[in-house]
Design a protein around this ligand. Structure first.
Ligand code: TPP
Ligand code: MG
Length: 391
C-alpha cells in the first residue's frame, strides 16, 4: 500500500477500512433510561430498581463518576511522568463500572479484568491500590477477601472461569435462593468484547449454564480489543450470544449510569434467586488508548471518537441531575474541588510509597518454606551482596 492510500483513509491502511466497526447507537434493543441529552426514559420493567434511590444516592453516583474519572486521569498522567509502568484507562466506561459496581451487595463477589478501577472504587478498594499495582510495588494490590473484589487479571478472559468456579462454590455453600437477602450471593465477572472470543470465556458460559451458577457475566463492549474492532469478534450483537448458551442476554447503554445500575440490580437479584447465569452487554466506548503503551490514531478515525464524546456518561447524568433539581452548581463545584484534593493526595501517596526490597518477591510464593525457593533466594542474596563488595 502506498503512502497516498494511507493518507486517503486518514492514516488507516485502506485494507482495514471495510472491517472498521460502525459503533452505531446500540440499536433498538439497547435499554437506555437516560438519553445522551439527559432526558429520562421511563421503563416499566426497570424503573422499580431505582425507586429506593434518595437524592443523596443520586448525587453520590455523580460523585463516584467524577472521582473515578479523576483517578483514571491521575493514573494516565503518573505513567506519562514515569511513575507507573503502565496504565489501562477506563475513560468513557465510568457509568458501566459505577452503575454495575453500585448494584452489588456486600456479600457479592467480583472478578475484574485490568480496567475495573471504577468497580474497585465501588468495592471500597483504596484508589491508591491500582496505582501501586501498576507502579509495580505491590504483589497484586489489595486483599481480595477484604473487598470481595479479586485481583486484576491480565490473561484475557481467565477470570470468567475463576468466577464460574467461585459461583458454583457459592451454590454448594447453600447461599443461593434461600430468600434471605443477607445470605443469597451473586458473582459478577467482568470482561471485554475481545475476551468474548476467548476459549476460557466460552467454557465459562457452558459450565455456568450447566450448573445454574449464580453469576452475571458483565461484558463491557467498548468497541475495541486493542486495535481489533468488535466487528471482527462477532457477527451478531454480543448479548445475543448468551441465548445460544441457554441463558438470557441483554444490551444496556453502558454510558447510562441509571440503566447500568437498574439492569445489574435486576440481573444480580435473578442470580441470587437461583436463576443464573445471565449476561449483560454494556454498550460503551473506550475513549482513550487501550493502555499508555498504545496509539489508537494508528487504527481508528478521530470522527468515531468525536461521535462518542456526545454520549459522555458524566455530562448526561449531570444534565439530568440539574434539570430534576437533585443538584445545583454549588454541589457540582464542591465535587470538582473534592476531585482536585483527591487527585493531589493520590499523587502524593503514590510517589512517596517506598519501593519494596528485592527480597520481598520471595515472600508470597509459598506459604511454607520451600527448598528450591530457599536456594534461589540465597543465590539472589549473594548476587546483591556482590555489588556491595564492589563498592
Ligand atoms: C490470553 C491473552 N491473550 C492476549 C492478551 C493481550 N491482550 C491484552 S488486552 C487485549 C485486548 C482485550 O480486549 P477486550 O477484551 O475488548 O478488553 P478491553 O481492553 O477493550 O477492555 C489483548 C488481546 C492477553 N493479555 N491475554
Ligand atoms: Mg474491548
Amino acid at each position: 500500500m502506498s503512502d497516498t492510500d494511507v493518507a486517503a483513509t486518514g492514516g488507516i491502511p485502506a485494507g482495514l477500512d471495510a472491517a472498521r466497526p460502525d459503533p452505531g447507537d446500540g440499536g433498538p434493543d439497547m435499554i437506555q433510561l437516560l438519553t445522551p441529552e439527559g432526558v429520562r426514559i421511563p421503563n416499566s420493567d426497570y424503573d422499580r430498581y431505582l425507586e429506593d434511590l434518595t437524592p443523596d444516592d443520586l448525587r453520590g453516583l455523580y460523585r463516584d463518576l467524577v472521582l473515578v474519572r479523576r483517578l483514571d486521569a491521575e493514573g494516565w498522567s503518573l505513567q506519562r511522568q514515569g511513575e507507573l509502568g503502565l496504565w489501562p484507562s477506563l475513560l468513557g466506561q465510568e457509568a458501566a463500572q459505577v452503575g454495575s459496581g453500585r448494584a452489588l451487595k456486600p456479600q457479592d463477589h467480583c472478578f475484574p479484568t485490568y480496567r475495573e478501577h471504577g468497580v474497585a472504587w465501588c468495592r471500597g478498594v483504596d484508589p491508591l491500590s491500582p496505582l501501586l499495582m501498576w507502579r509495580g510495588v505491590t504483589n497484586g494490590g489489595w486483599d481480595p477477601a477484604e473487598h470481595n473484589f479479586h485481583l486484576y487479571t491480565i490473561v484475557i478472559g481467565s477470570q470468567a472461569l475463576h468466577a464460574t468456579g467461585y459461583a458454583m462454590g457459592v451454590t454448594k455453600d447453600g447461599r443461593v435462593g434461600t430468600g434471605d437477602p443477607e445470605r443469597d450471593t451473586a458473582v459478577i465477572a467482568y470482561f471485554g468484547d475481545g475476551a468474548s472470543s476467548q476459549g476460557d470465556v466460552n467454557e465459562a458460559f457452558v459450565f455456568a449454564a450447566s450448573y445454574n451458577a449464580p453469576l452475571v457475566f458483565f461484558c463491557q463492549n467498548n468497541q475495541w480489543a486493542i486495535s481489533e474492532p468488535v466487528s471482527r469478534q462477532t457477527r451478531i450483537p454480543l448479548y445475543q450470544r448468551a441465548r445460544g448458551f441457554g441463558f438470557p442476554g441483554v444490551r444496556v447503554d453502558g454510558n447510562d449510569v441509571l440503566a447500568c445500575l437498574a439492569l445489574t440490580r435486576h440481573n444480580l437479584d435473578e442470580a441470587r434467586s437461583g436463576n443464573g447465569p445471565l449476561f449483560i452487554e454494556a454498550f460503551t466506548y473506550r475513549m482513550g488508548a487501550h493502555t499508555t503503551a498504545d496509539d489508537p490514531t494508528k487504527y481508528r478515525f478521530s470522527a468515531e471518537v468525536e461521535r462518542w464524546k456526545h454520549r459522555d456518561p458524566i455530562l448526561r447524568y449531570k444534565t439530568w441531575l440539574a434539570r430534576e433539581g437533585h443538584a445545583d452548581s454549588a454541589y457540582f463545584e464542591q465535587v470538582d474541588k473534592e476531585a482536585d484534593e483527591f487527585a493531589a493526595e493520590l499523587r502524593q501517596r503514590c510517589v512517596t510509597t517506598p519501593d519494596p526490597g528485592g527480597e520481598t518477591m520471595w515472600e508470597h510464593v509459598y506459604s511454607q518454606p520451600h527448598p528450591v525457593m530457599e536456594a534461589e533466594k540465597a543465590a539472589y542474596d549473594d548476587y546483591i551482596a556482590s555489588f556491595e563488595e564492589e563498592n
